[in-house]
Design a protein around this ligand. Structure first.
Ligand code: PLP
Length: 399
C-alpha cells in the first residue's frame, strides 16, 4: 500500500526544527496569562515569570549535568558562542593569547575567532580526518595536544557538526588539557537532545546551545559557564539591566525559556527511542539513494552511532550541482553544500576541510532527518532525488 505524503517534505532538521506541539502548549500561557517580566520584583506577574524561568533553568541545567547557577540564557547559540569566546578572551588575556579551534566549526565560532585574530590573538585552526577512511571530519585529540603551547588560553571544539554530523571526542580532548588553566569551550548546538551530554563527563568549561534545534522555539539559547578556572569571569558583551547575574543583560524571553525547558525535557525522555528511529530512517534514506543513483558519495564519517548524529546524512552526487538539484525538487526541503551555514553561497568550508573538491562540494546535499519524519516521506524523498539527479545528469550529458 502506498502511503500518502504531504508535501513539501521537511528534511532540513539541522537548520531548524518544527516546534513540538507539546512545547508550544507549555509556552502559550506565558504569552497570554503569565506575561510578566521576570525582573519585576514587586508583583505577582513578575514572581510567576521569575518562578517559570528558574524552573526552566533547573530543568535544562539538570539535563546537562550542571547546577542551575551555571546556566546563562541567551538569544541562541550564535550569541552563546560570541559571549563564550569574546567574554573569555576579553577577561583572561594575561594567560596568553593563543586559541586553538577546528577548521570545521560553525561560522558562529569561526567568525568571532577571525575577529579576535585581527586583534592581538593568534588562532590555530586544526585539520580533521579526510573523507575517505570512515572518520571524515573527526578531530584526532592528538592534534589538540600537539597544538597546545605555553600561551594557549582557550580551546574551542564543537561536539556535533551541523553539516556532516561528526561527533568529536570531547572527553579525550579535555583530558589533553586537564590540569592546565586552558579553557575548553564546545558548541553543542547540534548535540543537545540528540546524544547524552554531561558537562562533567565531557570536562568542558563553556558550552553553547540553542532551543530551535531540538523542537523548541527560535531566539532562545543557553551558555553553560563552569565556576572552575576563570570561566565564570566572562566579560559581558551586552550591558544593561544586569539580568543573568550581569553576564547577559536584557529582559528574559519567558515563553521562550519555558519552551526551551519543555523541549529539553521531551528530548531527554525520548532520546534513546527517537535516535534509533531517526537513525533507522536516515539509513533507509541512504540505502534508497544508493539504489536509485549511481556513484553516490557519503560525506563525513561512517553511519555509526559513535561517530555521527543519527539524523544526519550528507552525500555528493557527482556531475550534478546541489543548488540546481534542490531547485529542481521543490517538494523536498534540504540544504546544499553551496549555502549551508550562512547567507554566503560559498562552497561549504566543512566539506572542503574534508578534502572534497569544489565540484564534489557543490554536488552535495545535506539531509537532516528529525522527529516528525516518516518512512513514507523518506521513500518519497529518495524517489524525487533519484529522478532529479537522473534528469540533471541527462541534461548535462546532452549539453
Ligand atoms: C553548530 C551550530 N552552532 C551555532 C548555530 C547558531 O545557532 P542559533 O541559530 O541559535 O544562533 C547553529 C545553527 O545553525 C549550529 O548548527
Amino acid at each position: 500500500m502506498v502511503q500518502q505524503v504531504q508535501t513539501p517534505v521537511y528534511l532540513d532538521n539541522h537548520a531548524t526544527t518544527r516546534v513540538d506541539p507539546r512545547v508550544l502548549s507549555a509556552m502559550l500561557p506565558y504569552f497570554s496569562e503569565h506575561y510578566g517580566n521576570a525582573g519585576s520584583t514587586s508583583h505577582v506577574f513578575g514572581w510567576d515569570a521569575d518562578a517559570a524561568v528558574e524552573h526552566a533553568r533547573e530543568t535544562i541545567a539538570a539535563a546537562i549535568g550542571a547546577s542551575k547557577r551555571n546556566l546563562v540564557f541567551t538569544s541562541g547559540a550564535t550569541e552563546s558562542n560570541n559571549l563564550a569566546l569574546r567574554g573569555a578572551t576579553d577577561r583572561a588575556r594575561r594567560r596568553g593569547n593563543h586559541i586553538v579551534s577546528v577548521a570545521t566549526e560553525h561560522k558562529a565560532v569561526l567568525d568571532p575567532l577571525t575577529r579576535l585574530g585581527r586583534r592581538d590573538f593568534e588562532v590555530t585552526l586544526l585539520a580533521v580526518e579526510p573523507n575517505d577512511g570512515g572518520r571524515g571530519g573527526w578531530l584526532d585529540p592528538q592534534r589538540v595536544r600537539d597544538a597546545i603551547r605555553d600561551d594557549t588560553m582557550l580551546v574551542s571544539v564543537m561536539l556535533a557538526n551541523n553539516e556532516i554530523g561528526v561527533l568529536q571526542s570531547l572527553a579525550e580532548i579535555a583530558a589533553e588539557i586537564r590540569g592546565s588553566d586552558i579553557l575548553l569551550h564546545t558548541d553543542a548546538t547540534q548535540a543537545i537532545g540528540k546524544i547524552a551530554v554531561d558537562v562533567e563527563r565531557l570536562g568542558v568549561d563553556l558550552m553553547s546551545f540553542s532551543a530551535h534545534k531540538l523542537y523548541g522555539p527560535k531566539g532562545v539559547g543557553g551558555l553553560f559557564v563552569s565556576r572552575q578556572k576563570q570561566a565564570g569571569r566572562l566579560q559581558p558583551q551586552i550591558d544593561g539591566g544586569g539580568q543573568e547575574g550581569g553576564v547577559r543583560s536584557g529582559t528574559i524571553n519567558v515563553p521562550g525559556v519555558v519552551g526551551f525547558a519543555r523541549a529539553v525535557e521531551l528530548a531527554e525522555e525520548e532520546r534513546t527511542v527517537e535516535s534509533q528511529r531517526v537513525g533507522g530512517l536516515r539509513d533507509r534514506l541512504f540505502d534508497a539513494l544508493r539504489e536509485r543513483v549511481a556513484d553516490v558519495q557519503l560525506n563525513g564519517p561512517a553511519l555509526s552511532a559513535e561517530l555521527r548524529l543519527a539524523g544526519n546524512l550528507n552525500c555528493s552526487f557527482p556531475l550534478v550541482d546541489g543548488e540546481a538539484l534542490m531547485m529542481s525538487m521543490r517538494e523536498i526541503c534540504v540544504s546544499s553544500g553551496s549555502a549551508c551555514t550562512s547567507a554566503n553561497p560559498e562552497p561549504s568550508h566543512v566539506l572542503r576541510a574534508l578534502g572534497l573538491s569544489e565540484d564534489m562540494t557543490r554536488a552535495s546535499l545535506r539531509f537532516g532527518v528529525g522527529r516528525f519524519n516518516t518512512a513514507a516521506e523518506i521513500d518519497f524523498a529518495a524517489d524525487r532525488v533519484g529522478d532529479a539527479v537522473a534528469r540533471l545528469r541527462k541534461m548535462s550529458s546532452l549539453s
